[in-house]
Design a protein around this ligand. Structure first.
Ligand SMILES: C[S@@+](CC[C@H](N)C(=O)[O-])C[C@H]1O[C@@H](n2cnc3c(N)ncnc32)[C@H](O)[C@@H]1O
Length: 240
């Protein structure tokens, strides 16, 4: 596991931020199409804040947060000076917001940097305090052996790839053990082969389907075997 400090991330983002910003905001696309009863959204540990920016540009009251202030400043002041997204420097263990401030809190590729469940429990409790309706967690899928191997190789040269993988039962158990009060926990498959459909006009996708791809791709993910799925999406509906 890497040394998860603000300094590590400020430096690491200098090498990675443009690639992250170029990628499809697929978590934002999924949230927009899946949830019909939300207006306000907080992204925790947002890094590039690509997904919360997508939501801000699509009419949500969205806040992108991270504990790495340097990267937030770069995004806000240099890259996107006219951004509709609100930015906030936040430590995920101790959020500055009032109770029930956001309808939904999400994070994508964040819990993967913690190998002890105690930290995850503490952060989940804090998210339960600040979220009114949902917490949505995206983590890398342990059952995808090809992905695990690829990350192991990449981690030889770059600590960003030193991550913890989860299986679907494990992430569900962590949520249950945290003690947060929920109505339902749903596990969905997220990412994989069908992401190719997000690219401009791929041959695999009949032209007539192209305008609907943002609705279709998250549904197509569900057709994959777990061994081919990239990430697990864990949706916690809170009981408040
Ligand atoms: C892999 S990145 C997330 C990438 C992001 N989903 C994106 O699309 O750009 C992990 C992020 O977690 C942030 N982070 C790590 N520990 C944190 C903490 N305790 N509180 C808030 N952010 C934290 C890092 O600064 C980093 O930006």
């Amino acid at each position: 596991m890497l040394e998860n400090t603000e300094d590590f991330w400020s430096e690491s983002w200098m090498n990675h931020i443009e690639d992250y910003l170029d990628a499809t905001p697929r978590a934002g696309i999924f949230i927009k199409n899946y949830f019909k009863d939300i207006n306000s959204v907080l992204e925790v540990a947002g890094g590039s804040c690509r997904d919360s920016r997508y939501l801000a540009n699509n009419g949500y009251k969205a806040t992108g947060s991270d504990f790495d202030d340097k990267t937030l400043k770069y995004l806000k002041e240099v890259k996107f000076p006219n951004d509709k997204l609100n930015y906030s420097k936040e430590n995920a263990f101790d959020l500055s917001f009032n109770d029930d401030k956001f309808d939904l809190i999400f994070h994508n590729g964040f819990f993967i940097y913690f190998d002890n469940n105690e930290s995850l429990n503490t952060m989940l409790k804090e998210q339960e305090r600040v979220a009114k309706k949902y917490i949505v967690i995206f983590v890398h899928n342990k059952e995808n052996k090809k992905l695990v191997k690829q990350f192991k190789e990449l981690s030889q040269n770059d600590d960003l790839y030193k991550i913890r993988f989860f299986d679907k039962d494990e992430i569900k158990e962590i949520v249950v053990e945290s003690g947060i009060k929920y109505k339902e926990i749903k596990i969905l498959k997220f990412g994989g082969f069908f992401d190719a459909f997000y690219k401009k006009r791929v041959k695999k996708l009949p032209n007539v389907l192209y305008p609907f791809r943002k609705m279709i791709v998250p549904k197509l993910y569900q057709l994959q075997k777990w061994e081919n799925v990239e990430r697990i999406c864990c949706i916690v509906e809170l009981d408040k």
